[in-house]
Design a protein around this ligand. Structure first.
Ligand code: RAM
Length: 336
């Protein structure tokens, strides 16, 4: 009897593991990619993921998964990438919390055969195959100062409320803001401080309030982050400073509509995050099926986006940002 039981136990173990292998083999026919974002709970990245789902649906045989740490840290992303290496996913598109800190783990993933790209917030050369950016970084940074100058009449103290201090994308835009403001046409404008809300609504709200207290003559706050911009508009409005402290930056129309219409943020810019996720997914598809290597000069077919080309340093640059104001906000708020 005991022997019989043992036999059944062993037989069922063999069968179970055989079955498990079989399903894994079958599942391997499907490409599995991960959209790894700075942190969860950000409407901008939710829209990116919608674009990825759209592309995966068109491509077929592809599963896309949305992941991110709770806080925007490199450590949180490294931990997730380690798990994805163990799971042997096929591709990862990362909006990086640090341009250099992710390089070793990204290299490890690539050595394991996983196609790694960065998008939105890049990993430096060596830690990804290509880096998809929404628009020219210089243009984005300079435009932020121009938007603030138009609102303040080219004068007064302004501050920047950014995302996390290591964010590749924001840091690059801020360095271009600092270049732009050197132009003599901004001689009466002064950038007093750059603070970091870490793309967390509460922290961003507190930082915006501290800026208003510390600089009573502050004329504008530029937030090159959708999370920071929403929190700052809220803080300025709650402080009764609408029209006194201008608010501008990069904002998600669906989140900012009310503040655009009530004049707290009279203008802001952004690109389409849905297109960013959509294009990232097509790029990963081309890399995974091996039809595109991702070398400089290569082009990736990208569905309704046409095709995108790899430029110097493995960068792929999309189009120019939109500028939103009360005349067009409703139209875009319905899309992203
Ligand atoms: C936030 C994130 C993201 C950035 C946008 C503009 O959602 O920081 O990386 O591209 O703002």
């Amino acid at each position: 009897m005991k022997k019989a039981l043992l036999f059944i136990l062993i037989a069922s173990l063999v069968l179970t593991s055989g079955f498990a292998q079989g399903t894994k083999e079958q599942a391997k026919g499907e490409k599995e990619i991960v959209i790894l974002v700075k942190n969860m709970g950000n409407g901008f990245f939710d829209a990116v993921y919608r674009g990825s789902q759209e592309a995966a649906g068109q491509i077929g045989g592809m599963k896309t998964v949305y992941m991110g740490p709770p806080q925007p840290t490199a450590e949180g992303q490294i931990e997730i990438i380690e798990t994805l290496i163990a799971q042997r996913v096929d591709g990862i598109a990362i909006s990086a919390n640090d341009a250099d800190a992710l390089i070793p783990v990204a290299k490890k993933a690539m050595a394991a055969g996983i196609k790694v790209i960065s998008f939105d917030s890049g990993i430096n050369v060596g830690g990804r195959i290509v880096d998809l950016v929404p628009s020219n970084e210089e243009l984005i940074g300079r435009q932020q100062i121009q938007l603030a100058a138009e609102l303040t009449g080219h004068k007064g103290d302004i501050a920047v409320l950014s995302a996390s201090a290591q964010a590749t994308n924001q840091n690059s835009w801020i360095s271009w803001m600092k270049e732009e403001i050197k132009d003599p046409k901004y001689a009466n404008m002064r950038l007093v401080e750059v603070v970091y809300g870490d793309d967390l609504p509460d922290k961003s709200y507190r930082e915006a309030n501290s800026l208003m207290q510390k600089y009573p003559n502050l004329k504008a706050i530029i937030c090159p982050t959708t999370v920071g911009l929403l929190a700052t508009a809220q803080a300025v409005k709650d402080a009764g400073k609408t029209g006194v402290v201008e608010v501008t930056g990069l904002g998600l129309p669906s989140e900012m509509k009310g503040y655009i219409l009530d004049g707290t943020c009279r203008q802001m810019a952004l690109w389409n995050p849905v297109d960013l996720g959509y294009t990232s997914t097509y790029i990963l598809n081309g890399l995974i099926d091996g039809s595109v290597k991702g070398n400089v000069g290569d082009t990736f077919p990208a569905g309704r986006m046409g095709s995108v080309k790899v430029e110097a340093n493995g960068m792929i640059v999309m189009s120019t940002p939109f500028v939103f104001n009360k005349d067009n906000i409703e139209e875009y708020a319905a899309i992203f």
